[in-house]
Design a protein around this ligand. Structure first.
Ligand SMILES: [Fe+2]
Length: 305
Protein backbone atom coordinates (compact mmCIF):
# COMPACT_ATOMS: atom_id res chain seq x y z
CA UNK A 1 0.00 0.00 0.00
CA UNK A 2 1.25 3.42 -0.81
CA UNK A 3 1.12 6.67 1.06
CA UNK A 4 1.95 10.12 -0.20
CA UNK A 5 3.00 13.20 1.65
CA UNK A 6 0.49 16.00 2.23
CA UNK A 7 0.39 19.44 0.64
CA UNK A 8 0.04 18.17 -2.87
CA UNK A 9 -1.85 18.77 -6.07
CA UNK A 10 -3.62 15.95 -7.85
CA UNK A 11 -4.45 15.87 -11.49
CA UNK A 12 -6.03 13.04 -13.42
CA UNK A 13 -6.17 12.85 -17.20
CA UNK A 14 -4.98 16.44 -17.32
CA UNK A 15 -7.71 17.79 -15.04
CA UNK A 16 -6.45 19.72 -12.04
CA UNK A 17 -8.55 18.60 -9.08
CA UNK A 18 -6.94 20.89 -6.54
CA UNK A 19 -4.50 23.72 -6.81
CA UNK A 20 -2.10 24.65 -4.02
CA UNK A 21 0.18 27.65 -4.45
CA UNK A 22 3.36 25.79 -3.49
CA UNK A 23 2.54 22.09 -3.49
CA UNK A 24 5.18 19.69 -2.21
CA UNK A 25 4.13 17.25 -4.83
CA UNK A 26 2.11 16.96 -8.02
CA UNK A 27 0.65 13.54 -8.83
CA UNK A 28 -0.68 12.74 -12.30
CA UNK A 29 -2.26 9.47 -13.41
CA UNK A 30 -0.82 9.10 -16.92
CA UNK A 31 -2.19 5.69 -17.90
CA UNK A 32 -4.11 2.78 -16.42
CA UNK A 33 -5.34 -0.55 -17.73
CA UNK A 34 -6.37 -3.87 -16.21
CA UNK A 35 -5.19 -2.91 -12.71
CA UNK A 36 -1.87 -1.39 -13.77
CA UNK A 37 -1.30 2.33 -13.17
CA UNK A 38 1.45 4.62 -14.40
CA UNK A 39 1.65 7.71 -12.20
CA UNK A 40 3.92 10.72 -12.63
CA UNK A 41 5.21 12.37 -9.45
CA UNK A 42 6.85 15.77 -9.25
CA UNK A 43 8.35 16.44 -5.81
CA UNK A 44 9.58 19.84 -4.68
CA UNK A 45 12.95 19.93 -2.95
CA UNK A 46 12.59 18.60 0.66
CA UNK A 47 9.28 16.80 -0.06
CA UNK A 48 8.91 13.29 1.36
CA UNK A 49 7.10 10.30 0.00
CA UNK A 50 6.80 6.77 1.27
CA UNK A 51 5.46 3.32 0.69
CA UNK A 52 5.16 0.19 2.77
CA UNK A 53 3.72 -3.32 2.92
CA UNK A 54 0.07 -3.97 3.67
CA UNK A 55 -2.14 -7.03 4.21
CA UNK A 56 -3.33 -8.36 0.88
CA UNK A 57 -0.90 -6.15 -1.03
CA UNK A 58 0.91 -8.20 -3.65
CA UNK A 59 1.89 -5.75 -6.35
CA UNK A 60 4.90 -4.98 -8.45
CA UNK A 61 6.03 -1.44 -7.63
CA UNK A 62 8.52 0.28 -9.87
CA UNK A 63 9.99 3.77 -9.55
CA UNK A 64 12.04 5.37 -12.33
CA UNK A 65 13.70 8.73 -11.73
CA UNK A 66 13.31 11.05 -14.73
CA UNK A 67 14.89 14.15 -13.22
CA UNK A 68 16.49 15.07 -9.89
CA UNK A 69 17.53 12.86 -7.00
CA UNK A 70 15.87 10.84 -4.22
CA UNK A 71 17.42 9.84 -0.92
CA UNK A 72 15.89 6.45 -0.08
CA UNK A 73 15.80 5.12 3.51
CA UNK A 74 15.20 1.41 4.02
CA UNK A 75 16.05 -0.39 7.29
CA UNK A 76 18.01 2.69 8.44
CA UNK A 77 20.21 2.42 5.36
CA UNK A 78 20.25 5.42 3.06
CA UNK A 79 20.95 5.31 -0.66
CA UNK A 80 20.84 7.88 -3.42
CA UNK A 81 18.70 7.23 -6.49
CA UNK A 82 19.50 9.57 -9.37
CA UNK A 83 18.17 10.41 -12.83
CA UNK A 84 18.00 7.21 -14.89
CA UNK A 85 18.05 4.93 -11.79
CA UNK A 86 15.13 2.79 -10.71
CA UNK A 87 13.82 1.03 -7.58
CA UNK A 88 11.50 -1.98 -7.70
CA UNK A 89 9.76 -4.34 -5.27
CA UNK A 90 7.33 -7.22 -5.79
CA UNK A 91 5.79 -7.00 -3.29
CA UNK A 92 7.36 -4.44 -0.98
CA UNK A 93 8.48 -6.04 2.33
CA UNK A 94 9.46 -3.03 4.48
CA UNK A 95 8.50 0.62 4.84
CA UNK A 96 10.55 2.72 2.49
CA UNK A 97 10.96 6.52 2.68
CA UNK A 98 11.92 8.83 -0.17
CA UNK A 99 13.28 12.36 0.26
CA UNK A 100 13.75 14.74 -2.65
CA UNK A 101 17.15 16.41 -2.23
CA UNK A 102 16.33 18.66 -5.22
CA UNK A 103 13.19 19.18 -7.31
CA UNK A 104 12.58 15.66 -8.62
CA UNK A 105 10.33 13.89 -11.09
CA UNK A 106 9.76 10.15 -11.22
CA UNK A 107 7.39 7.62 -12.69
CA UNK A 108 5.66 5.21 -10.34
CA UNK A 109 4.23 2.05 -11.88
CA UNK A 110 2.12 -0.39 -9.85
CA UNK A 111 0.31 -3.56 -10.85
CA UNK A 112 -2.50 -2.92 -8.33
CA UNK A 113 -4.62 0.23 -8.66
CA UNK A 114 -4.04 2.76 -5.87
CA UNK A 115 -4.56 6.21 -7.33
CA UNK A 116 -8.27 6.55 -6.74
CA UNK A 117 -8.04 5.06 -3.25
CA UNK A 118 -5.23 7.19 -1.89
CA UNK A 119 -6.35 10.39 -3.60
CA UNK A 120 -9.73 10.11 -1.91
CA UNK A 121 -8.22 9.44 1.51
CA UNK A 122 -5.69 12.26 1.23
CA UNK A 123 -8.22 14.78 -0.02
CA UNK A 124 -10.55 13.96 2.84
CA UNK A 125 -7.90 14.31 5.53
CA UNK A 126 -6.20 17.32 4.04
CA UNK A 127 -9.54 19.11 3.93
CA UNK A 128 -10.24 18.23 7.56
CA UNK A 129 -6.76 19.36 8.64
CA UNK A 130 -7.23 22.68 6.81
CA UNK A 131 -10.62 23.17 8.43
CA UNK A 132 -9.18 22.51 11.88
CA UNK A 133 -6.29 24.89 11.30
CA UNK A 134 -8.71 27.71 10.54
CA UNK A 135 -11.12 26.83 13.34
CA UNK A 136 -8.23 26.84 15.77
CA UNK A 137 -7.24 30.41 14.89
CA UNK A 138 -4.03 29.59 13.02
CA UNK A 139 -3.38 31.73 10.00
CA UNK A 140 -1.91 29.05 7.73
CA UNK A 141 0.55 26.19 7.36
CA UNK A 142 0.49 25.09 11.01
CA UNK A 143 0.14 21.41 10.01
CA UNK A 144 2.91 21.65 7.41
CA UNK A 145 5.26 23.24 9.95
CA UNK A 146 4.50 20.51 12.49
CA UNK A 147 5.13 17.86 9.85
CA UNK A 148 8.44 19.35 8.70
CA UNK A 149 9.85 19.97 12.19
CA UNK A 150 8.71 16.54 13.43
CA UNK A 151 10.42 14.83 10.50
CA UNK A 152 13.59 16.86 11.10
CA UNK A 153 13.71 15.72 14.73
CA UNK A 154 12.80 12.12 13.80
CA UNK A 155 15.63 11.95 11.29
CA UNK A 156 18.11 13.23 13.85
CA UNK A 157 16.84 10.74 16.45
CA UNK A 158 17.42 7.90 13.97
CA UNK A 159 13.84 6.65 14.08
CA UNK A 160 13.18 3.58 11.93
CA UNK A 161 11.58 3.92 8.49
CA UNK A 162 8.36 2.57 9.95
CA UNK A 163 8.34 5.11 12.80
CA UNK A 164 9.13 7.93 10.36
CA UNK A 165 6.28 6.82 8.13
CA UNK A 166 3.86 6.91 11.07
CA UNK A 167 5.27 10.24 12.30
CA UNK A 168 4.80 11.73 8.85
CA UNK A 169 1.07 11.09 9.04
CA UNK A 170 0.50 11.47 12.78
CA UNK A 171 2.25 14.84 12.97
CA UNK A 172 0.19 16.33 10.13
CA UNK A 173 -3.09 15.01 11.48
CA UNK A 174 -2.38 15.60 15.19
CA UNK A 175 -5.40 17.90 15.71
CA UNK A 176 -7.78 16.11 13.35
CA UNK A 177 -10.22 15.41 16.21
CA UNK A 178 -10.78 19.14 16.80
CA UNK A 179 -13.39 19.08 14.02
CA UNK A 180 -15.63 17.48 16.60
CA UNK A 181 -15.05 20.24 19.18
CA UNK A 182 -17.73 22.97 18.90
CA UNK A 183 -16.46 26.40 17.76
CA UNK A 184 -17.70 28.15 20.90
CA UNK A 185 -15.40 25.89 22.95
CA UNK A 186 -12.44 25.89 20.55
CA UNK A 187 -12.40 29.68 20.18
CA UNK A 188 -13.60 30.75 23.62
CA UNK A 189 -11.48 33.76 24.61
CA UNK A 190 -11.81 33.20 28.37
CA UNK A 191 -11.21 30.26 30.64
CA UNK A 192 -13.02 27.05 29.75
CA UNK A 193 -15.56 25.61 32.20
CA UNK A 194 -14.88 22.12 33.54
CA UNK A 195 -17.39 20.68 31.08
CA UNK A 196 -15.89 22.58 28.11
CA UNK A 197 -12.40 21.48 29.09
CA UNK A 198 -13.57 17.84 29.16
CA UNK A 199 -14.79 18.25 25.57
CA UNK A 200 -11.52 19.90 24.52
CA UNK A 201 -9.44 17.16 26.11
CA UNK A 202 -11.28 14.54 24.07
CA UNK A 203 -9.88 15.82 20.74
CA UNK A 204 -6.86 13.44 20.64
CA UNK A 205 -9.19 10.46 21.14
CA UNK A 206 -11.66 11.78 18.55
CA UNK A 207 -8.74 11.98 16.11
CA UNK A 208 -7.58 8.45 16.88
CA UNK A 209 -11.09 7.08 16.32
CA UNK A 210 -11.51 8.94 13.01
CA UNK A 211 -8.24 7.52 11.73
CA UNK A 212 -9.03 3.99 12.84
CA UNK A 213 -12.45 4.15 11.21
CA UNK A 214 -10.88 4.57 7.77
CA UNK A 215 -9.53 0.99 7.92
CA UNK A 216 -6.57 2.41 6.02
CA UNK A 217 -3.63 0.53 7.64
CA UNK A 218 -1.07 3.31 7.79
CA UNK A 219 -3.65 5.72 9.21
CA UNK A 220 -4.62 3.15 11.82
CA UNK A 221 -0.97 2.71 12.79
CA UNK A 222 -0.41 6.46 13.11
CA UNK A 223 -3.58 6.94 15.17
CA UNK A 224 -1.78 6.34 18.49
CA UNK A 225 0.61 9.23 17.81
CA UNK A 226 -2.42 11.48 17.40
CA UNK A 227 -4.08 10.22 20.58
CA UNK A 228 -0.96 10.80 22.71
CA UNK A 229 0.18 14.20 21.41
CA UNK A 230 -1.02 16.02 24.59
CA UNK A 231 0.54 13.51 26.98
CA UNK A 232 3.40 15.08 28.95
CA UNK A 233 6.63 13.52 30.24
CA UNK A 234 5.76 14.01 33.94
CA UNK A 235 2.26 12.57 33.61
CA UNK A 236 0.47 15.93 33.64
CA UNK A 237 -0.96 15.51 30.14
CA UNK A 238 -4.13 13.99 28.74
CA UNK A 239 -6.13 11.86 27.93
CA UNK A 240 -4.40 9.09 29.91
CA UNK A 241 -1.74 10.93 31.99
CA UNK A 242 0.92 8.63 30.56
CA UNK A 243 4.50 9.16 31.78
CA UNK A 244 8.01 9.08 30.33
CA UNK A 245 8.69 6.11 28.04
CA UNK A 246 5.04 5.00 28.13
CA UNK A 247 4.43 7.86 25.68
CA UNK A 248 5.21 7.05 22.05
CA UNK A 249 8.37 8.76 20.80
CA UNK A 250 6.40 10.14 17.83
CA UNK A 251 3.94 11.78 20.22
CA UNK A 252 6.79 13.17 22.37
CA UNK A 253 8.20 14.78 19.22
CA UNK A 254 4.86 16.25 18.16
CA UNK A 255 4.34 17.56 21.72
CA UNK A 256 7.52 19.66 21.56
CA UNK A 257 6.98 20.87 18.00
CA UNK A 258 3.29 21.66 18.51
CA UNK A 259 4.04 23.61 21.70
CA UNK A 260 6.87 25.53 19.99
CA UNK A 261 4.67 26.40 17.01
CA UNK A 262 1.79 27.47 19.25
CA UNK A 263 4.17 29.75 21.19
CA UNK A 264 5.72 31.39 18.13
CA UNK A 265 2.64 31.78 15.92
CA UNK A 266 0.55 34.94 15.92
CA UNK A 267 -3.01 33.97 16.77
CA UNK A 268 -6.22 35.90 16.29
CA UNK A 269 -6.18 36.96 19.96
CA UNK A 270 -2.45 37.41 20.71
CA UNK A 271 1.01 37.96 19.24
CA UNK A 272 3.44 35.05 19.18
CA UNK A 273 6.70 34.84 21.19
CA UNK A 274 10.11 35.26 19.58
CA UNK A 275 12.00 32.11 18.57
CA UNK A 276 14.52 32.67 21.38
CA UNK A 277 11.81 33.05 24.04
CA UNK A 278 10.05 29.91 22.86
CA UNK A 279 13.25 27.83 22.79
CA UNK A 280 14.03 28.97 26.35
CA UNK A 281 10.53 27.92 27.40
CA UNK A 282 10.98 24.47 25.81
CA UNK A 283 14.38 24.13 27.51
CA UNK A 284 12.91 25.07 30.89
CA UNK A 285 10.34 22.29 30.56
CA UNK A 286 12.90 19.59 29.67
CA UNK A 287 12.13 16.49 31.72
CA UNK A 288 8.96 18.01 33.17
CA UNK A 289 6.63 18.49 30.22
CA UNK A 290 8.86 17.25 27.42
CA UNK A 291 11.02 14.20 26.74
CA UNK A 292 14.65 15.21 27.44
CA UNK A 293 16.06 13.47 24.33
CA UNK A 294 13.57 15.26 22.09
CA UNK A 295 14.35 18.63 23.69
CA UNK A 296 18.12 18.06 23.30
CA UNK A 297 17.76 17.22 19.61
CA UNK A 298 15.32 20.08 19.03
CA UNK A 299 17.66 22.64 20.63
CA UNK A 300 20.64 21.26 18.68
CA UNK A 301 18.70 22.00 15.47
CA UNK A 302 18.18 25.66 16.37
CA UNK A 303 19.74 26.93 13.15
CA UNK A 304 17.49 24.72 11.02
CA UNK A 305 14.25 25.54 12.87
FE1 LIG B 1 -3.99 19.09 20.01
Amino acid sequence: MIFKDFGLTFSKAGEVIESVSEPYMTVDLMASFDGTEVISHKLKKDARWGMGPDDGWNALEFIYVIEGELLVTLNNTKMVVKKGDYVKAAPIQKDCLFYATVDTEFLYVTSQPVFHHYSNILHKFKNIADEVEQKDGYTSDHCSRILNLSMLIGENMNLSSKEMHQLNIGSYLHDLGKVKVPDHVLNKPGKLTEQEWTIMKAHPTYGRIMMEETNFPILMEAAAIVEQHHERYNGSGYPYALKKEDILMGSSIVAVVDSYDAMTTDRVYRKGMSKEEALTEIKNCRETLYHPDVVDIFLSLEKEI
